[in-house]
Design a binder for this molecule. Sequence first.
Ligand code: ADP
Length: 158
Amino acid sequence: MKIGIYPGSFDPVTLGHLDIIKRAARLSDELIIGVLKNSSKKALFSTDERVELLKRVTKDIKNVKVMSYDGLLVDFAHEMKADYLVRGLRAVTDFEYEIQIAQTNHKLASDVDTVFFTTSIEYSYVSSSLVREIASYGGDISGFVPEDIMEDIYKKFK
Ligand code: ADP
């Protein structure tokens, strides 16, 4: 049984995240999406809301589970008996940050590896912060997030 954890803020989940989720789930027996609770960033959605949105958009993927966690990611990984962490790489700008985190996690827990998925080209520029910014001005976010969560995002700015 191979268990992966895909951690992140997902504030909110985007089509880029969903693309990584689908591809990572195909290679995993179980994929756990870990929503970080105590992010230092000011969040638009509460942790519970982000979990709910993720559950909604992944409901048809049988081997995906959505949970929230706080504390060290490697502790959560051990608790879940996970074999690897999943992260997405969009551009070279992600690389420096991601390699540092991956190497740190591996140092903290040598049994936990990180696997990287390169983004599909059509979503390479999509980010949660971009979605929040466009939505705050009432712009069209239909190409960036799953359709069934669009209203939830717009509502936050009403
Ligand atoms: P964090 O705050 O931990 O970076 P995010 O929710 O922003 O959390 O991202 C979680 C993961 O998803 C990261 O590995 C990030 O690189 C990846 N990711 C974000 N947007 C995309 C995208 N458009 N395509 C592929 N991967 C992405």
